[in-house]
Design a protein around this ligand. Structure first.
Ligand code: MSP
Length: 519
């Protein structure tokens, strides 16, 4: 689709002081699957992730570690780079907010907001939660059993009084409601859209956008006593990576507005209220869509370092395998909802969905072909209704998955739909019993194995964005050439060529063996 706008998709930029865990891995994984799908579908993609390195929280963490803040963030941001490798993400850029390109972009945005009369100097007196890097109104707070004041997130708040610049958020209420109204897809899923609409309808206060009591941040232009509030700094990363402030550049024109900001529901307000208001205030278009997904819970609570219930991606990958973890995270929890993850359910899914359903299907079919069809794609005879039905379902998969991913970001539904065809294929093998046909009707056996091989090809194609290595393994075993591995419109109908020599079969998904863990 030459000439199309680049599909620009972003993850939140993660606070570097945290240990990367599968909560972080989850958001980036969802983006990775979309980015891979889009690329295979012929779209130009820009997929951005990175780290949020300024703010009081990082400054305090650096002090605790006895390090200079820059040295500290240089060190810990590597953990998030490593997560990219561990999880096989295909991001095109990795932004760090301490980079020069980003400071330049933040300061340019600030100046533009000042020029547009969106920022004024005042003083702030109110509550602030360092853990969330967020301001809270008195009415939002609750008391802990020992009398400390807590934000709705559970973070402790402190009283802050300081000179501060303010962004005129209160002036944006109508424009924001108009934006939500005119672009119903701007906030997803629907339930969260309603929450944000009622928040904005409740009235907006001007937002404090600078701090003076610490200095680990981007300096406010022309007033070095102030550093920018870490959220205005952080949100700006999305335009920095698109080339801001060079708004005339080809890069900016191709990328902006972003197509999708994928975030956790905890930071939806920043992305759907503050961010579009900043952008509109600076005369820049808001992003097209923000999806706020749910939380991964472990032992009943949101995973977090302070609770001590984190599952780390690198540990899970070492134990279960990379594509197994990628599959599990997107299959186990309906995307958008909160859901539990645990070792028990992971082992269950790996064994039943991957080893049994998909792994066995591939192994059975490929080894029968190796043994009985001279290691070549078999020559099919006339096809029967059951054959055509299975092939049709397999060929329809790409189109169905495309809709679930593009329109709804419903990763779990896409996987359920794929496993529906895998189930059909397994029932077809049992019903057709090709092993019995070997003696009685070898021609029919060849047709059945051909139908199955081509079904597996379609499954291999559509699993690529989710499980890149396993899918490549499947497609390699069917000798599908690189140029036949895209997800374009007619690819599913380009069936396997009878007589193509196939490599020796090898297993796709081994069962998870518990003993290995003890060893
Ligand atoms: N730095 C800000 C984001 C700035 S974006 C301009 C921030 N960082 S964070 O490190 O706290 O990461 C928050 C994001 O990590 C969440 O929005 C979510 O995408 C992901 N998750 C962290 N824990 C999670 C779970 N337990 N479950 C699911 N996602 C979680 O906020």
């Amino acid at each position: 689709m030459a000439g199309d706008k680049t599909y620009y998709i972003t993850t939140p930029i993660y606070y570097v002081n945290d240990v990367p865990h599968i909560g972080h891995a989850y958001t980036t994984l969802a983006c990775d699957v979309l980015a891979r799908f889009m690329r295979l579908d012929g779209r130009e993609v820009k997929f951005l992730t990175g780290t949020d390195e300024h703010g009081q929280k990082n400054e305090t963490a650096a002090a605790k570690a006895g390090m200079d803040p820059q040295a500290f963030v240089d060190k810990v941001s590597r953990n998030f780079r490593k997560l990219v490798e561990d999880m096989n993400y295909s991001n095109d850029d990795f932004i760090r907010t301490t980079e020069e390109r980003h400071k330049r972009s933040c300061q340019a945005l600030w100046r533009r907001l000042v020029e547009n009369d969106q920022i004024y100097l005042g003083s702030y007196a109110g509550w602030y939660a360092v853990r969330d890097e967020a301001y809270y109104g008195e009415d939002e707070l609750t008391a802990s059993p020992d009398g400390r004041k807590l934000a709705p997130s559970g973070a402790e708040v402190e009283w802050v009084e300081e000179p501060s610049y303010f962004f005129k958020l209160s002036e944006w209420q109508d424009r924001l409601l108009e934006l939500y109204d005119q672009h119903p897809g701007f906030i997803a899923p629907e339930s969260r859209r309603n929450e944000m609409i009622s928040f904005v309808k409740g009235g907006l206060r001007d937002l404090s956008v600078s701090r003076t009591t610490f200095n680990w941040g981007v300096p406010v232009p022309d007033d070095p006593d102030h550093v920018m509030y870490v959220w205005i700094d952080a949100l700006t990363n999305y335009i920095t990576a698109a080339g801001y402030p060079d708004v005339e550049s080809e890069e900016f024109a191709k990328c902006w507005p972003a197509d999708l900001h994928m975030v956790g529901k905890d930071i939806l307000r920043f992305h759907t209220v503050y961010w579009p208001a900043f952008l509109m205030g600076a005369g820049i278009d808001p992003p097209k869509r923000v999806f706020g997904h749910g939380w991964l819970l472990n032992r009943g609570e949101k995973m977090s370092k302070s609770i001590g219930n984190v599952l780390r991606a690198e540990d899970l990958v070492a134990r279960y395998g990379l594509d197994q973890v990628r599959y599990y995270l997107l299959r186990e929890v309906p995307f958008g909802s909160d859901g539990y993850v645990s070792h028990e359910t992971m082992v269950g899914r790996i064994d039943s969905d991957l080893a049994n359903d998909l792994g066995n299907l591939c192994q059975r079919v490929l080894s029968m072909i190796a043994k009985n069809c001279d290691g070549k794609v078999p020559e099919p005879g006339p096809l029967k209704t059951a054959d055509e039905e299975l092939l049709e379902k397999a060929e329809a998969l790409i189109g169905e998955v495309r809709v679930f991913l593009w329109r709804d970001q419903a990763f779990h539904t896409a996987l359920i739909c794929m496993w529906g065809v895998i189930g059909d294929a397994n029932r077809y093998v049992d019903a057709q019993a090709p092993w019995a046909l070997r003696k009685t009707d070898p021609d029919r056996m060849a047709s059945v194995l051909y139908v199955l091989a081509d079904t597996i090809r379609c499954i291999g194609l559509v699993t690529q964005p989710f499980m890149p290595d396993a899918a490549a393994n499947i497609l390699d075993q069917l000798a599908v050439s690189e140029d036949q591995r895209n997800l374009g419109n007619d690819i599913a109908r380009r069936r396997l060529q009878a007589g193509t020599p196939l490599p020796a079969p090898r297993p796709v998904f081994p069962r998870y063996v518990e003993e290995e863990e003890e060893a």
